[in-house]
Design a protein around this ligand. Structure first.
Ligand code: SAH
Ligand code: SF4
Length: 349
């Protein structure tokens, strides 16, 4: 197979073969090519982002998510503006130069409340990149936040197939609006991250092929992909993949690694996190992600007492290596496997 997907694209057949093959030599080549592609652009650097989970309230009802509005089991909290700034100060001292403020779509965080937080964060740490991941907002809101100092925005497209989108979301949420938000963010000059879960109900090799074609065409600065993990109290809590659908996704960790490698080869300059969901499902998930072409890790900077409440899915890893307190240990550990945990902001080159 010719692995230069950036120049030649990847056909549906090649894609299906890479996702389903049991040929270990082919897989080893895929991962080696992905690592080489990453190394040509970023060397052995791994960028660390400090994640602050600012609110577990959400007005939306995405079927898969533990924070969905109707989940009576969800424990809700919201960080005070001062707490958010303190988390970032702590992260700065630990060496982080990118902060990611993520949360449910919490109506409390109006522009009037959010803008001063972003401005103050930017004033305190002008050498840091501020990333937001707060869901769908208006063009005006994205614009005002950009002007306040936010430079990056993570909004996973979740799936590039409209019917699949409708299977995962309630009727009041629309694929076209999600896509419109992504194009607004791009037009406003944000470094935009899209992404999707692996193994979500209804996902097939065909829908995944649409996802990677979307990535190829959208040219995001970042792609967040991680396994779908059922969340208690959601309509999908009992979900098991449907073995009668030949194309359905069973081994989500394995498929996530293959997709990381394919995306790296398709878009070599992209920033690709080894996600917490991957680390949650496999004790070596983070390292395996990096060995498959990822080059970003996002340790958790949220106050320890709120971490278990930000329960997007069950048993989410947030301590140990997923905790930002362990930044030094993480650096050492990454060093042992040949990576250099970079103090840089880590912009896409
Ligand atoms: N509210 C914002 C950001 C928080 S959710 C938003 O929706 O964009 C961040 C991501 O978590 C989502 O984009 C989704 O892809 C992922 N996620 C939600 N539920 C999940 C689950 N059960 N398993 C794995 N990932 C999940
Ligand atoms: Fe809310 Fe995001 Fe979860 Fe959807 S995925 S319910 S928008 S937190």
């Amino acid at each position: 197979m010719n692995f230069d997907f950036q120049s030649y694209g990847i056909t549906r057949d090649q894609f299906a073969e890479l996702l389903s093959t049991t040929d270990s030599l082919l897989l080893q080549t895929l991962y080696a090519e992905a690592r080489a592609a990453r190394n040509r652009v970023y060397g052995n650097k791994v960028f660390m982002r400090g994640l602050v989970e600012i609110s577990s309230y959400c007005k939306n009802n995405c079927l898969y998510c533990g924070l969905r509005r109707d989940n009576g089991l969800a424990v809700r909290y919201r960080l005070e503006p001062l707490q958010i700034l303190q988390c970032c100060d702590k992260g700065y001292a630990l060496g982080f130069r990118t902060f990611v403020l993520q949360g449910g779509e919490d109506p409390w965080f109006t522009d009037e409340r959010l803008i001063p937080i972003v401005q103050e964060l930017h004033r305190r740490h002008p050498d840091c990149a501020i990333t937001l991941s707060l869901g769908e907002r208006s063009y005006e809101s994205y614009k005002a936040l950009r002007e306040a100092g936010a430079e990056r925005y993570l909004l996973r497209h979740e799936t590039a197939n409209e019917n699949h989108y409708a299977q995962l979301h309630p009727v009041e949420m629309s694929f076209s609006h999600r896509m419109q938000c992504l194009s607004h963010l791009k037009a406003l000059g944000y470094q935009v991250g899209c992404g999707f879960m692996v193994g979500s109900p209804g996902q097939t090799i065909s829908t995944l092929y649409e996802d990677i074609q979307f990535v190829h065409h959208f040219q995001p600065a970042m792609v967040g992909i991680g396994p779908f993990i059922p969340a208690s109290g959601t309509p999908l809590e009992q979900y098991l993949y449907d073995a009668s659908v030949p194309e359905s996704i069973a081994n989500t960790v394995d498929v996530t690694l293959r997709l990381l490698a394919i995306i790296r080869l398709l878009h070599p300059r992209v920033l690709l996190p080894a996600t917490t969901a991957l680390a949650t499902l496999h004790p070596q998930g983070r390292e395996m992600g990096l060995q498959s072409g990822a080059n970003v890790v996002m340790p958790n900077l949220s106050p320890i007492e709120s971490r278990s409440k930000y329960s997007i899915y069950n048993n989410k890893a947030s301590l140990g290596n997923e905790g930002a307190e362990a930044a030094e240990a993480t650096r050492r550990q990454l060093g042992k496997i040949g990576f250099d945990a970079s103090p840089d902001r880590g912009d896409m080159v």
